[in-house]
Design a protein. Structure first.
Length: 315
């Protein structure tokens, strides 16, 4: 049975008709799905499965859904377990925690089941941002049925300062073995990034209006906020990226966007994978930061125009 969930239209800036639903995964976790219909004379061309990054939530992608709707595509997105309004496994609800990265694929399965139950227009397409790009690549390798994929700064590796990665791996592994995996990773804490950091010097976007909008979303609905990652999440993320790096890319049309000012994910695995992706190409955006879909207007328009051109060609 489909159960409506809260959808904060006041902060989403999404297209008309946006809704949210509670989903129950096969392992009993409650996650939240957002759904926006397509619009315009060419609609519907299909449905975009939009996989958000760590700390993110459905409403953050309202503007993305509006851009895709204007181009004829519906959009669904979700709050992964441990963030947004989804169930959070830690007693400290602000720490980013997951027991096993494979659990995110259970969330993907619940999303797909709901899309089928709602009879959303096919074919499906994938957009994966940051951690969502990591989850999305794994889903593709598991057989996710989409016609084409677009990635935005995918987390196929985590950027560390020189010499820090071996220390981070040892620390996260030790924390897991001593059942301290829900402790915050060094340098992070319970306050979410956009509320703890001002616009100047931020590592997400060059657009001050977008940054202020992200801050206003969390000020209006604090329950959506998430702080830094826990050490177990970090351990799982490092090893999932390592496992993925050993696997070939699927034979699927693919476009990957990466800002040349990227400071959160490691660009090297992105360059390496896209250089060998059959039918794939890498789009480098000068001066862009991590969040391509939240960047300055010209960058945002480049992303949606080129992404939907790939989707159109794959129909």
């Amino acid at each position: 049975m489909t159960q409506d969930a809260p959808y904060f239209a006041d902060i989403a800036n999404g297209p008309d008709g946006g809704r949210a639903f509670w989903l129950k995964t096969s392992d009993g976790v409650r996650v939240r799905m957002g759904c926006w219909p397509a619009a315009g004379p060419t609609a519907p061309k299909g449905t975009v499965l939009l996989f958000p990054g760590r700390t993110e939530y459905v409403e953050k992608y309202g503007p993305a859904a509006a851009e895709l709707a204007q181009r004829g595509y519906g959009t669904i997105a979700m709050d992964w377990r441990g963030q947004g309004l989804a169930d959070r496994p830690s007693r400290d609800r602000m720490v980013g925690h997951v027991q096993d990265f494979a659990q995110y694929q259970t969330d993907v399965a619940a999303l797909l089941d709901q899309a089928e139950a709602l009879n959303l227009p096919k074919p499906y397409y994938l957009i994966g941002h940051s951690m969502g790009g990591c989850i999305g690549l794994r889903a593709l390798l598991n057989g996710l049925d989409v016609r084409a994929a677009v990635f935005s700064a995918p987390m196929w590796g985590i950027r560390f300062s020189p010499g820090v990665q071996p220390v981070a791996r040892m620390l996260s592994k030790a924390a897991r073995l001593t059942r301290q995996g829900q402790r915050y990773a060094p340098g992070t804490g319970p306050v979410t990034y956009v509320l703890s950091s001002g616009f100047d010097g931020n590592v997400l976007t060059r657009d001050p209006e977008i940054y202020a909008w992200m801050q206003s979303q969390l000020a209006a609905h604090p329950a959506l906020a998430l702080g830094g990652p826990g050490l177990q999440w970090l351990d799982e993320a490092i090893y999932e990226c390592m496992r993925l790096s050993a696997l070939p890319s699927p034979r699927l049309p693919c476009l990957c966007f990466l800002g040349d000012a990227e400071k959160i994910v490691d660009p090297a695995p992105i360059h390496a994978r896209m250089a060998q992706w059959p039918g794939g190409s890498l789009r480098l955006i000068p001066e862009a930061e991590h969040e391509i879909m939240m960047e300055v207007p010209a960058t945002r328009q480049t992303f949606y125009t080129e992404a939907t051109a790939l989707f159109d060609a794959a129909r």
